[in-house]
Design a binder for this molecule. Sequence first.
Ligand code: NAD
Ligand code: IPM
Ligand code: MN
Length: 417
Amino acid sequence: MPNIPLRNGGPKARIAVIPGDGIGREVTPVAVQVIRAATAKRNRPLEFVEFDWGADKYLRENVSLPEGAVEMLRDEFDAILFGALGDPRVPSNQHAADILLGLRFKLDLYVNARPTELLHPRFTPLRDRTPADINFMVIRENTEGLYAGVGGFFKKGTPDEIAIQEDVNSRKGVERIIRHAFDYARSHSRSSAGFQPASGGSHKQGESSLARRSSGGSPAAFSDRSISRSGAGFQPASGSSQMPLRLCMSDKSNALAFAHDLWQRVFKSGRAEYPDIDSRHLYIDTLAMELVRDPSQFDVIVTCNLFGDIISDLAAQLAGGLGLAPSANIHPGRTSLFEPVHGSAPNIAGKGIANPFGAVLASGMLLEFLGWNEESAVLKQSVKCALAENVTTPDLGGSKPTLEVASHLSNYVAKHS
Ligand code: NAD
Ligand code: IPM
Ligand code: MN
């Protein structure tokens, strides 16, 4: 759908590119290259603007997230393609907190959607598991919890020191993420084909639920389940029945008697409101165990910020590792941010061997957010093809450098677009 205005400003999709630090600077250009290949022939008007925010700038100029950056991104861009932040020269990680957490919080990107899908059976460390068993979405609350930055030191540096980190859970915050998860489960089915909406029913069939300005910014919309279970090039995991996805809410309400009591009560209301959704609760420790024992029991997991961070790394490993895991930081209808789950990997940075698949799959989520579902599907298919042909970096047992994998991906995408 060329020429449909995405922003108020015009027909082009404007994408801010923030490669960041370490391997973020190696995988993000690959993602841009592959997006360009996917959109070139289809005449999708796209503009990339790169920003050099990261450790170098922070050390050089003492600037992390520049003044006015949030407003600029919000008003002038449709999406943000992000690499990773983290540098051994900044042990406090202050610039990462300012930039990454700053953008998540200040753009109010309350949904952190982290799909886990086994794209090729040989990459799971679990015995006898197939792609049909490992295919679920972690929906992580992304704007509060223990990440809110509320706390402080008392008598710092003394033997009597006290360090406090508050777990901030607002009713509004818990309600909106749990509602999003229920809507997501309801609007996706285990055998759905094509890119299905995730909006509590307000979208038309086939319209991307990620589309933002063009769809008027509808609420609770995110369809990356289609990245995991369906869509051109994405294999449906199970038969032909149209079952809504199963939802699992996970907390630690047996120990965190205030914060997670709120999660319990909100979840209970959600269950009453969505009786058609097969939903249940697991404590987070049990969830970790069950994910390893039998991942096939999960379709959608919703949890708080910290638990979502941890469980999404565990989930990533079930499907082959951090190098393959994408993520989307979304506020439906607003400028949103797409990044691989992994960090800046200082241990391999600069060696040219970083796995670009997570970044490329995150770009696929970005294209879906723009409503460009076919392009998104081609990106994912290119990764599947590279995996099948063992065109992979060393973390996946291959011998290819990043740039060779990149060529394979963009050739595939150019050929199939
Ligand atoms: P990491 O994800 O950077 O690396 C963990 C391990 O996975 C390392 O062995 C690394 O080599 C490997 N790995 C990760 N991504 C890979 C890829 N694409 N290809 C090949 N191997 C890959 O996590 P870490 O080592 O705990 O953290 C390093 C820095 O990154 C820290 O400063 C941390 O705060 C930061 N970090 C940033 C983000 C982010 O920007 N979103 C996420 C996680 C960690
Ligand atoms: C992630 C990262 C970040 C997080 C860090 C770098 C603050 O681990 O995106 O998963 O904890 O959210
Ligand atoms: Mn993490």
